[in-house]
Every structure is written in structure tokens, then in C-alpha cells.
Write a protein that binds this ligand. Sequence first.
Ligand code: SF4
Ligand code: SF4
Ligand code: SF4
Length: 288
Amino acid sequence: MNELREKAKELLQNGTVKVIIGYVEGTTPNRTKPFIARSVEDADKLVFNKFCVNNLAVYLTRKEFKQNGVVGIVAKGCDVKAIVQLIQENQVNKDDVYIIGMNCSGVVSDLGEEFNENTVAVKCLHCTVHTPHLHHTLLGTLEETPKHEDKNFALMQKIDSMTAEERFDFWEAEFEKCVKCYACRQACPMCYCEKCIADKSVPRWIESSAHKRGNFAWNMIRAFHLAGRCVGCNECERACPAEIPLSLLNRKMGMTAKKEFDYVAGMNLNTPTLVGTYDVNDREDFIK
Ligand code: SF4
Ligand code: SF4
Ligand code: SF4
């Protein structure tokens, strides 16, 4: 904690960054909340622990931070994936962000819980970026990540083994719970369009009321807009008040991108984006 505060003070004091997006303690136990440190005094409030769940990269595309000098950001490896993907998509200028990378052994799946082998987030079970793959400063030490059975993967396999009709019924029942709050979109670092297709009224592509047809359209369109771009931070699922298992869709899309195109979102600054490139050798036989 001290090394984070000291580094943040140094960066703010010597003018390397204008602000630092980080975490402070929440108002109840086992919670943190996002915080913008603008001064040395603010830097003294920053924390990093197992409850730093939010993917703060979501703030980098907000107009308050764009073209407003270099922004510092406290980032776990999975958050750095979002930053890399945003740079690849030309939404963040790599010279305008200073990454304070945090070695990370895992976070809780939801705020308020104790951190242990039962509550560690599913994404942490398969993490390949405990040490952030891009950073300007690296802080923190690694411990062993507690493990539990990946029930999410077992459910994915079950859905995969269903017939197309059964799968349709499964997702129709899940999407029926959607209340069209768009919290999934707001929490997602990769959902940065100035005007989302869901908000367009001329023409209206997606019905705005929360009923079966519009809910299906919204969730499928969002899943496909994130295909090959989702970095698997699971913030959309955590934000969803209807507890729709959005991570199943995201994970399946990510696995397909890896299998068909050998592409993993947010891993390499120098790789062109998957949806922004065309290769005559791209396989097409999986399109049915
Ligand atoms: S996925 Fe990796 S970097 Fe992200 S919170 Fe889990 S252990 Fe940390
Ligand atoms: S779709 Fe969900 S898991 Fe993927 S990047 Fe957005 S918030 Fe993270
Ligand atoms: S957060 Fe959940 S309920 Fe809200 S729009 Fe997204 S899927 Fe629907």
C-alpha cells in the first residue's frame, strides 16, 4: 500500500500524470470504490487489495479524461488487457496513459465477501496475467491464487451439448429477465460508442421496452459487438441486476476467437484487432 501511495505522490508531484484513477476503501467492509486522485493528499487514500474488483479502464474513454493530459491508472493484469485493446482500437493514445501495474493473485467475485477459495472470481482461476503484461511501474507481490471448481465452465459444456432449440430456450429464458438498465454496457470498458445502437431512435434498431423480443435483440447484439474484443473482466455480469450469466456468452465468444483465429483480446499492442483485419486464409467453414 505504501509503495502505491509513494509512487502516486511522486507521479502527481513531478507532473508525470495529471490524475490517477485508482481505488479507495469502501464505506463497508471488504469493499473498495473507484477514486480519482488529483493531489498528493488524495494519493494518501489509495489502496490495492483483494476487493479492487472494478475494471477502471472503463474511465479512460470518458470525455473528462480524454485529451486532458497523461492519466495514471492503477491496473491489474485483466484491466491492462482492456487498456491494450483500447489502444489497439485507437480509443486511447498509449502516450496519454501511465499504467501502475499491480501484481495480482485474485480478487473476490463480488464486493462485500471475504476473500477465500470459495469466493475468488472465476476469471482468476485461469488468469495468465497475474503480472500485468504492459506497465510503466510494477508494484505488489504475488501469492498463490486460491482455487475452486469452475462451475461456469461446466455450465458452458452443458449448454454446448444442448440442441439448437434447447440452447435457444435457455437464452430466451435468461434474456427474459433483462430489465434494459444497460448497466452491463456502462460497466464495460469496451462499450465506448458515443451513441449506442440501443439508444438510437431514428431508426430504432432495438425496441427500448424490456420485453422478450427487444431483450433478445439487445443481448445478442451486445454479445456480437464484443466478439473478439471482450477481455473477460466480467464487469458486465457483476453489474447485471437480473443476474444473467453474461460471462458464459463472453467466454464462449473468446474461446471461438482463440480457436478460429488464434486471437486473444488485449494481449498484444502490436497485433491488429481481430474485427479490424481480413486475411484471405481466414477459415469460413465454421459459419453455418
Ligand atoms: S484475472 Fe488475474 S489479474 Fe485479474 S483479478 Fe484475477 S488474478 Fe488478478
Ligand atoms: S463484455 Fe463484460 S467481460 Fe467483456 S470486456 Fe465488457 S465488461 Fe468485461
Ligand atoms: S445489466 Fe442485465 S438487466 Fe441490465 S441491460 Fe444488461 S443484461 Fe439487461
